[in-house]
Ligand binder design. Structure first.
Ligand code: ATP
Ligand code: MG
Length: 391
C-alpha cells in the first residue's frame, strides 16, 4: 500500500516542485514504485520530468472531476522504470470551480487515487502555492504532508496558516494526516540568515525536520529547463546528493523494522530494506528461514540499511551515466560559486560510513572536492561561523 505524501506550503517558490520531482526520481532510482501526481495548475512538475503540456489530452483535471479514472491519466515509466506520472495542464485550475458545489468536494482526489493506491510504494503530490480546494483535496488524500521551507527571510512566517489547515483536515476528513516532515531548502552556508532558519526550524519542529538540508544549488535550478530530474541531469551535484539522501531518510522511516538480508554479501538488489511492506515482509521471511518477525538483531538491520544505501548510490550512478548531462557554459562560473557555498552546517552533517557510501564519481567537468555535501571536503570545511558572508 502506497505511502501518499503531499508536498505543500502555500508560500510560493519554496521548492515544492523541485522536491516533488527530485524526490520522486530518487525513490524511483531506489526501485520504489513511485507515482508523481502534479496537483498544481502551473504544471511545473509535469514539465520538470520532460512532459509537454500541449500534447497532454488526459490530465489530473479529468480524474479530479471524476470524468476519467486516474489510471487512464497516468503515464508510465517516465525517465525511470519505476516512475509513473499523472500530468497536469492549466485546466486543473477549473476543477476548483467544478468541485465547489459537491458535497464531497474535499474527497475527490482521495477517491481518484483509491483504486490505484496498491500499485505503488510512494505517491508524491505536488501542491499549488495556496490553501484552496485543490490543496485541501491533496491533503485529504495524503498520509503525510512534507513541508519544504526555504532558508530565507520570513521562512517560518505563514506556516501557522498551513498548520491550521492541516489541523482542520485532521479533525474532519483525514484524522491520520501526519506532518512528516519539514524539509529545509535552498540553504546557503554564507548567510547567517540561512543558519538562523535551520536553528529556528529545529527548535520549533524538532525531529520532524529532515536531517538532510537541501543546499542552494544552481544545477537544481537548471535541471527543469532540460526536463530532467537532477539525478539524470547531474548526479554528482550536491543537489542530487541531497535529494538522494532525503529519499533514503524516507525509505528508512517507512521500512518495516524487520527488513534484513542476513548474509552480508546478499543480493542488494533484493534488499528488503528497499521493498514495500508486504513484499518486503514476504521476502524477508523467506530469507531468514522463518525467523519470527521482530526478532532480528539490530546489527543485521544496520547491515541491510548499508546495503540499501549502496544500492541507491550505485543505481543512481548507473542511470546518470546513461544520460549525457548538458552544462551550458554561461552557468560555469555561477556553478563554481554555487557549489562552493552550499554546504549544510557542520553540526547537521553526518559523517558515518553510511553517508560516505552515497558519494558517487563526479562528472568530468566537476571538481571532485565539490561534489558531495557529506564528503571529506565537507568535514574539512570551516565551521559555519568562519565562512565569509555573501556580499
Ligand atoms: P510554486 O509555489 O510557484 O509552485 P515551488 O514551491 O514549487 O514554487 P520551485 O518551483 O520548486 O518552488 O522552486 C522555485 C525556484 O527555485 C525554481 O526556479 C527552482 O528551480 C529554484 N530552486 C528550487 N530549489 C532550489 C535549490 N535547492 N537550489 C537552487 N534553486 C532552487
Ligand atoms: Mg511548484
Amino acid at each position: 500500500m502506497a505511502q501518499i505524501i503531499a508536498i505543500a506550503n502555500q508560500k510560493g517558490g519554496v521548492g515544492k516542485t523541485t522536491t516533488a520531482v527530485n524526490l520522486a526520481a530518487s525513490l524511483a532510482v531506489a526501485e520504489q514504485r513511485t507515482l508523481l501526481i502534479d496537483g498544481d495548475p502551473q504544471g511545473n512538475a509535469t514539465s520538470g520530468v520532460g512532459l509537454e503540456g500541449e500534447r497532454l489530452t488526459k490530465t489530473v483535471y479529468d480524474a479530479l472531476i471524476g470524468q476519467m479514472p486516474l489510471e487512464e491519466v497516468i503515464l508510465r515509466a517516465i525517465q525511470f522504470a519505476h516512475l509513473d506520472v499523472a500530468p497536469t495542464t492549466p485546466d486543473l485550475a477549473g476543477a476548483e470551480i467544478e468541485l465547489i458545489d459537491r458535497n464531497d468536494r474535499e474527497l475527490a482526489m482521495r477517491d481518484a487515487i483509491a483504486p490505484i493506491r496498491d500499485r505503488y510504494d510512494y505517491i508524491l503530490i505536488d501542491c499549488p502555492p495556496s490553501l484552496g480546494l485543490l490543496t485541501i483535496n491533496m491533503l485529504a488524500a495524503a498520509d503525510s504532508v512534507l513541508i519544504p521551507v526555504q532558508c530565507e527571510y520570513y521562512a517560518l512566517e505563514g506556516l501557522s496558516q498551513l498548520l491550521n489547515t492541516v489541523h482542520r483536515i485532521q479533525q474532519s476528513v483525514n484524522p491520520k494526516l501526519a506532518i512528516d516532515g519539514v524539509l529545509l531548502t535552498m540553504y546557503d552556508a554564507r548567510l547567517n540568515l540561512s543558519r538562523q532558519v535551520v536553528t529556528d526550524a529545529r527548535e520549533y519542529f524538532g525531529p520532524k525536520v529532515f536531517e538532510t538540508i537541501v543546499p542552494r544549488n544552481v544545477r537544481l535550478a537548471e535541471a527543469p529547463s532540460f526536463g530532467k530530474p537532477i539525478v539524470l541531469y547531474d548526479i554528482a551535484s550536491v543537489g542530487a546528493q541531497a535529494y538522494l539522501s532525503v529519499a533514503r531518510e524516507i525509505v528508512h522511516r517507512n521500512a518495516p523494522p524487520m527488513s534484513v538480508s542476513p548474509h552480508p554479501k546478499g543480493n542488494v538488489a533484493e534488499s528488503a530494506e528497499l521493498l514495500p511492506d508486504s513484499r518486503a515482509a514476504e521476502q524477508t521471511q523467506q530469507r531468514i528461514g522463518g525467523q519470527p518477525l521482530g526478532e532480528i538483531p539490530v546489527q543485521q538491520t544496520e547491515q541491510a540499511s548499508e546495503q540499501a544505501t549502496e544500492q541507491v548510490s550505485e543505481q543512481a550512478s548507473e542511470q546518470a551515466s546513461e544520460h549525457t548531462s548538458e552544462h551550458p557554459p554561461e552557468y560555469a562560473s555561477e556553478r563554481a560559486r554555487d557549489e562552493s557555498s552550499d554546504q549544510p552546517p557542520a553540526h547537521d552533517r553526518r559523517d558515518t560510513d553510511l553517508e560516505q557510501k552515497l558519494a558517487v564519481t563526479p562528472s568530468a567537468d566537476e571538481p571532485a572536492a565539490h561534489t558531495d555535501p557529506q564528503s571529506d571536503e565537507a568535514s574539512h570545511s570551516p565551521a559555519p561561523e568562519e565562512q565569509p558572508e555573501a556580499r
